[in-house]
Design a protein around this ligand. Structure first.
Ligand SMILES: [Zn+2]
Length: 230
């Protein structure tokens, strides 16, 4: 189970080189294990692990009271994602930093009082890495669904990039249905229950240029709304 949970956490961590802070690793908080990139968050039951506690960050978003019980299938989610336009993929090219010649440090010269001084410091071009990663300007021939396209679900619209993480989570945990358990407004966070996991997604702002590519129909599973047996 731990390996499976680790795979789920990997889907939600922030990816370098876009981000290089604490969100690149899962963390512990509120008696759970979590991972986030700032736009989506996954919460899993605690399991033996080396993750650092981040109680303060966890407390800012979790727990969230459940306000609804609305189900949809992962086929419906997969279908909605497939409606997004395809965009070109680009390779990431890593090469030695020319500014510091791969050393990660450069000499800084400055004047202090009457004296010219030099000190060694972290290379500003590669931030001390000794290498830089750039996105190729030529597409690599592969295509992917646009992560910025939006899907409507309940009151809110969500980015395809975030919805793809929700789908991957359900696939990894072998869940055929997902339940929307909290969504109190158009621009509030939505919480989804996926087997043992909970996934929190940020809504997106929509405008004329970014209208939803699909709407996911929700099926209410509240007890009082189920049809009584004949
Ligand atoms: Zn450098």
């Amino acid at each position: 189970m731990n390996k499976l949970f680790e795979s789920v956490l990997t889907v939600f961590i922030a990816q370098e080189p876009d981000y290089s802070g604490w969100m690149t690793l899962p963390f512990r908080g509120a008696g759970k294990v979590m991972a986030t990139n700032g736009h989506s968050l996954v919460v899993l039951p605690d399991f033996p692990n080396q993750f650092v506690p981040k109680e303060e960050q966890a407390a800012m978003v979790y727990p969230i009271a459940h306000t609804c019980q609305k189900q949809f299938s992962i086929e419906q989610l997969r279908e909605a994602i497939s409606k997004a336009p395809l965009i070109d993929c680009f390779d990431e090219i890593t090469r030695k930093c020319d500014v510091c010649d791969g050393e990660g440090e450069v000499e800084y010269s400055f004047s202090e009082w009457e004296f010219d001084r030099t000190i060694m410091g972290c290379c500003p071009a590669c931030e001390g890495e000794g290498q830089t990663t750039k996105t190729s300007i030529i597409p690599n021939g592969k295509k992917e669904v646009s992560p910025l396209a939006v899907i409507k679900i309940g009151l809110s619209t969500m980015a395809v990039g975030n919805m793809s993480k929700l789908l991957r989570c359900a696939e990894l945990l072998n869940c055929s249905t997902i339940t929307l358990v909290s969504q109190v407004g158009k621009f509030t966070l939505s919480l989804f229950a996926v087997g043992d996991a909970e996934v929190l997604l940020m809504p997106t702002m929509t405008n004329e240029e970014n209208t939803p590519v699909a709407t996911i129909p929700l099926h209410s599973t509240k007890k009082q709304q189920t049809t009584p047996a004949a």
